[in-house]
Structure formats: structure tokens, C-alpha cells
Design a protein around this ligand. Structure first.
Ligand code: HPA
Length: 264
């Protein structure tokens, strides 16, 4: 991977469900399918291409993982975070993760963006379990400030300047792949969740272990189960994700330009 980029980027981005189009913002990129990279697991879910982009966003070198793999696909926690660990070990210091999520808080309406302020890991596993490598960092990892406040401030300011519907909140990670029941959503609400999804948290944990600075952004694609009249449908979630991806692309563009100024 390093051989394909003269100097490996310090900024990495993971694009979630239906958000692949955001990678259009890349210039002079090399695109490498995950299946051509040794040991990279490849996505089996619609809406996740499974490609690594190495190139520039304006003048900032970035690595983009277009698509991710999930626990519900049958991958182990270590496989789910493999690509993120690879980026971290190759030199990425700032990681921006994106995903689709169902909205629980009243302001988490379809089309809005949520910056993670914290998370609830309800997936029943951690990528730090099992085999360890001393080079990865602490096993009993502190997660009291998992989401970097400087990056959050940059993202908040960017969203404000662009007049995007954006708020900060707690993301609950569940295993899936079925959507939740209305009773589960009521329970998640009482636990303090503002949005719910099936990804991102394992990658955040692995990234923090490698001491990467993390920003995570969810595009709210639907109201969570029981909060809207219509039943949930993956196709509609992807479609809503595509529409929201334009807002996400604008936000990322502005955030990356701010990073470009600060990383020099
Ligand atoms: N629940 C879980 N994951 C999701 C949802 C949801 O409602 N929407 C998008 N990803």
C-alpha cells in the first residue's frame, strides 16, 4: 500500500453505506480494489464498493476506504478493523469515519448529519479482544475522549458556515443486520442514544488504540423503528444516504480544507 503513495497520507476517511460518491472529491487518485490488497476483507453488502483511494483532496494527501465490512457479514472484530489498522500503521494520524444511521433524538431527522460526541457499544465485542500486537497500543484502552474535540469543533464550524443541519450526539452501535424493534429503540433512547447504526464503533476503538485522532459523522437516513409511519427498507436507506451524501461531501470538503491549513 505504501509503495502506491510516495508519502502515505496523514488523513484517512472511511465512507459508509451509500456514501461512496463522496470520493468524487479526490484528485489524481489511485484506486485499488480491496481484493487486490493482501488480507483486506471485502464488503458483501450493496452500497459498499470496497476500494482504497489514494490521492489528494485539494492539496491534502488523503486515503479513502470506500466501503467497509461489518460484524453482521460474519467477519470477526479483527477483520472488521483490519483496513483501519493498516491505514494507522501506514501513517494515518487523523481518521474521519462516516456511516448511515437511524435517528432517535427528535432533531435526528432524515438528511441531517450527526457528529459523534460519544458512543454506546452494544455489539457484544471489541476489536481489542483476542490476538494482540504490542505495536497497536494499550489493550485496556481509555475511551473517555474517543472523539477529538478539535476535529468536532472544526466540523461544527464547517457545518455552520455551510448552513447544514448538523448536531452532536451519542451513537449506539448494534450488531444488526435486522433493523431494531420499536421497543429496542425506546430502550436505546432511555440509554442516551441519539442515533443507531451497525458499524463504525469497532473502527473507532481500533483507531484510538493506535492513537489516531477520530471524527465520526453519521448521515441520518431514516427515523428509527417505531418513530415513523413507514416500515424500514434497506433500499430506501441507501437512497436517503445518497441524497445526504451531497451534504456530507460539502462538509468533508470544508473540514479537509481546514485540516490542510492546520496540518502544515
Ligand atoms: N438502524 C440501524 N442501522 C441503520 C439504521 C437504523 O434505523 N438506518 C441506517 N442504518
Amino acid at each position: 500500500m505504501r509503495r502506491r503513495a510516495a508519502k502515505f497520507p496523514r488523513v484517512g476517511i472511511v465512507l459508509g453505506s451509500g456514501l461512496g460518491e463522496v470520493a468524487i472529491g479526490m484528485r489524481d487518485g489511485t484506486v485499488i480494489p480491496f481484493r487486490r490488497i493482501p488480507h483486506f476483507p471485502h464488503p458483501t453488502v450493496k452500497g459498499h464498493a470496497g476500494r482504497l483511494h489514494l490521492g489528494h483532496w485539494d492539496k491534502l494527501p488523503v486515503a479513502i476506504l470506500e466501503g467497509r465490512v461489518h460484524l453482521y457479514e460474519g467477519y470477526t472484530p479483527a477483520e472488521v478493523v483490519f483496513a483501519v489498522r493498516a491505514l494507522g500503521l501506514a501513517g494515518v494520524e487523523t481518521l474521519i469515519l462516516t456511516c448511515a444511521a437511524g435517528g432517535i433524538a427528535p432533531r435526528a431527522t432524515p438528511g441531517s448529519l450527526m457528529l459523534f460526541s460519544d458512543h454506546l457499544n452494544l455489539q457484544g465485542s471489541s476489536p481489542l479482544g483476542g490476538t494482540v500486537d504490542e505495536g497497536w497500543g494499550a489493550r485496556f484502552l481509555d475511551l473517555s475522549a474517543a472523539y477529538d474535540w478539535r476535529l468536532r469543533r472544526i466540523a461544527r464550524q464547517a457545518a455552520k458556515a455551510l448552513r447544514l443541519k448538523c448536531f452532536e450526539g451519542v451513537y449506539a452501535a448494534v450488531l444488526g443486520p435486522n433493523y431494531e424493534t420499536p421497543a429496542e429503540i425506546r430502550a436505546l433512547k432511555r440509554l442516551g442514544a441519539d442515533a443507531v447504526g451497525m458499524s463504525t464503533v469497532p473502527e473507532v476503538i481500533a483507531a484510538r488504540q493506535l492513537n489516531m485522532q477520530v471524527l465520526a459523522i453519521a448521515t441520518i437516513t431514516n427515523r428509527a423503528a417505531g418513530l415513523a409511519k413507514e416500515p424500514l427498507d434497506h433500499g430506501e436507506v441507501l437512497e436517503a444516504g445518497k441524497q445526504a451524501s451531497e451534504c456530507l461531501a460539502r462538509l468533508l470538503d470544508r473540514v479537509l480544507r481546514s485540516l490542510q491549513a492546520t496540518l502544515r
